[in-house]
Design a protein around this ligand. Structure first.
Ligand code: G6P
Length: 600
């Protein structure tokens, strides 16, 4: 993970780098650092353990400097400490790194660095030492970087400054995201576009193996020793998208953006009563869906939709498992990978594995031009805009929505859903953002539930079939931002052991939307109530005859089951948010996490 940034131009580099790092902090926040040339052309490296605010405090933001690089770290090799922080410097080379040099232990014994004494525990220092030795031999940085590519295994996005070279920044990319921001007589380097959006919307995407030489007026990119022509792209979101706009946290802002995101995503794929921009999936007889974290949960929801409405065989797997297990794919199979960032290492690896077998792949991604988006045979974008809070909300809903539309279209194509039903469902899609707005207009319900349960040690979630998939996300949301232990169970399964953990007042949150199995879940909730649980039920069904199964009922709009499952999560996101707030957690940057997980 980690976020990197670089600047060269007429502005003061330090504030530009700090601004960028603050935007990139979602990628990691164990430590941060900056390297720059000052007015006297001296190289300064300043780094600190902890969040960027700590680094900012010890920097002179007014200091003159026109070239620098910065880094915010999510520790992989070597604990968070100043010594392990980036930038790293060895001899003539100073660099920041996002990724993992997998063969770093082996490289430490390489003849090129045999006399060098490593001071940190990081893989990055090894890369720095190797590049420095090559540079000392060649006295040519491009040649040295090209040679280093043959030695460095794993993933890297590097931004480099070279001693006594006051005119250039150097970059190199493999399997970790990196863009070059294009300005007017100034240029930028960053892990993602929002980091430089305050200054420019124009950017160049770097490909695998690219090496860039960036001056204030020029950008040259080489790949395999050849100069490559790069297209200048324009980012479609405004700076506003990366700001809190009066909300206390990005998470809350992003929860409130959901009606708009839902509308935008629907507009992209449904025009009036017709589908647009969507592939035909009827030719496949099996779909594997692979993702991590919340994206995996949307895959689980999709499994129910595709099975129920398209009569298709669906396998959903966590990417870090999928990539190492035996798969039985043939030409009639499709792999769907889901990823907000489009950079998640395990999801990308699973995609590559299947691409190599020449089997069709389709990516559902938020970040335009990300590795997964570029490498999949086909890509569909959700229209969520930049998501800053580490805990995903709007991207999750948009992913679920897009998968639902895809299952819906496939069902229509297969003539399982008829024209009349089609129109009714489309009406539900068109009204979906209004239903969500309605939920958001009364957050008091969620706040009062949060007040009741925020001190709990354990919170359980129950649901059956699709409702189980929904509560898995509710449980993850809760634990990641509130640090309260939580588990989601298929409601029939709790009694096989875990019910032993239900005590007086243990909160149990259940979702019931499926009429056919509602009574089963209600019985299971009663089993927990009999052991003292405090029961909160979210349901679209009439619960008048089952008042004894809940202490608190949240009524959900009853709409078509291809659309309805997107509603309960909005409540669950809000409940988690308020619980975390009451527990005074760092909501946008929960401990130990990072938004973009580019390591295995
Ligand atoms: C991290 C994030 C999660 C996210 C998961 C997958 O763990 O904290 O919110 O769901 O990665 O990320 P992706 O970008 O592939 O959706």
């Amino acid at each position: 993970m980690c976020g990197i940034i670089g600047y060269i131009g007429k502005k003061k580099a330090i504030p530009v780098i700090i601004d960028g790092l603050e935007t990139l902090e979602y990628r990691g926040y164990d430590s941060s650092g900056i390297a720059y040339y000052n007015k006297k052309k001296e190289l300064k490296i300043i780094k600190e353990q902890g969040k960027i605010a700590i680094l900012k405090n010890i920097l002179n933001l007014n200091e003159e400097s026109n070239l620098g690089i910065g880094h915010t770290r999510w520790a992989t090799h070597g604990q968070p400490s100043r010594i392990n922080s980036h930038p790293h410097n060895v001899g003539n080379i100073t660099l920041v790194h996002n990724g993992i040099i997998e063969n770093y232990e082996e490289l430490k014994k390489h003849p090129l660095v045999k006399n060098y004494k490593f001071i940190s525990k990081t893989d990055t220092e090894v890369a720095c030492a190797i590049i420095n030795s090559l540079y000392n031999e060649n006295q040519d940085i491009l040649k040295s970087l090209e040679e280093s590519q043959k030695l460095l295994m794993g993933s890297y996005a590097l931004a480099i400054i070279v001693n006594n070279d006051f005119e250039h920044l150097y970059v190199m990319k493999k399997d970790s995201p990196l863009i070059i921001g294009v300005g007017n007589k100034e240029n930028y380097v960053a892990s993602d576009v929002p980091a430089i959006l305050k200054y420019t919307k124009k950017y160049i995407l770097l490909n695998e193996g690219d090496i860039g030489i960036v001056s204030n007026k020029n950008i040259k990119v080489y790949n395999q020793k050849k100069l490559v022509k790069k297209k200048i792209l324009e980012f479609e979101w405004d700076l506003e998208a990366g700001m809190k706009n009066g909300y206390e946290h990005f998470m809350l802002k992003e929860i409130f953006e959901q009606p708009k995101v839902i509308e935008q995503t629907i507009k992209e794929y449904i025009n009036d009563y017709d589908f647009i921009n969507l592939p035909d999936l009827t030719k496949y007889n099996r779909i594997d869906i692979v993702a991590c974290g919340s994206a995996y949960h949307t895959g689980l929801i999709a499994k129910y939709w595709f099975e129920e409405y398209c009569n298709m065989e669906i396998n959903v797997d966590i990417a870090s498992e999928y990539r190492y297990k035996k798969n039985f794919l043939d030409k009639k199979c499709l792999l769907i990978v889901i990823s907000q960032s489009g950079e998640t290492a395990d999801t990308l690896a699973s995609l590559r594995l299947v691409n190599d077998k020449k089997i069709d792949t389709l990516a559902i991604v938020n970040v335009v031009g990300s590795s997964i988006a570029r490498e999949a045979k086909n890509v569909l974008y959700i229209k969520a805009g930049p998501e800053i809070s580490v805990a995903t909300t709007k991207a999750y809903s948009a992913q679920a929505l897009l998968l639902s539309i895809l299952a819906f279209k496939t069902s229509v194509d297969k003539k399982i859903i008829n024209i009349k039903e089609k129109e009714q469902i489309i009406n539900d899609y068109h009204n979906l953002s209004l239903y969500i707005q309605d939920i958001l207009s009364n957050t008091k319900i969620c706040e009062s539930i949060a007040k009741k349960i925020f001190k709990a040690n354990d919170i359980f979630f129950l649901g059956r079939k699709i409702d189980y998939a929904i509560v898995m996300e509710g449980s993850l949301k809760l634990k990641e931002i509130s640090y309260i232990h939580s588990e989601a169970y298929p409601s029939g399964e709790l009694k096989h052991g875990s019910i032993a953990l239900i005590n007086k007042n243990t909160p149990v949150i259940s979702v019931i939307t499926d009429e056919n199995i509602a009574l089963k879940t209600i019985s299971n909730i009663k089993e927990t109530k009999a052991r003292g649980a405090y029961s909160i039920v979210l349901s679209s069904l009439n619960m008048d005859n089952n008042k004894e199964c809940y202490d608190y009922l949240i009524k959900i709009e009853h709409i078509h089951s291809l659309v309805e499952p997107i509603l309960p999560i909005i409540y669950l996101q809000l409940i988690s948010y308020y619980i975390a707030k009451l527990n005074k957690r760092d909501i946008d940057k929960p401990k130990n996490l990072a938004k973009s997980v580019t390591v295995e």
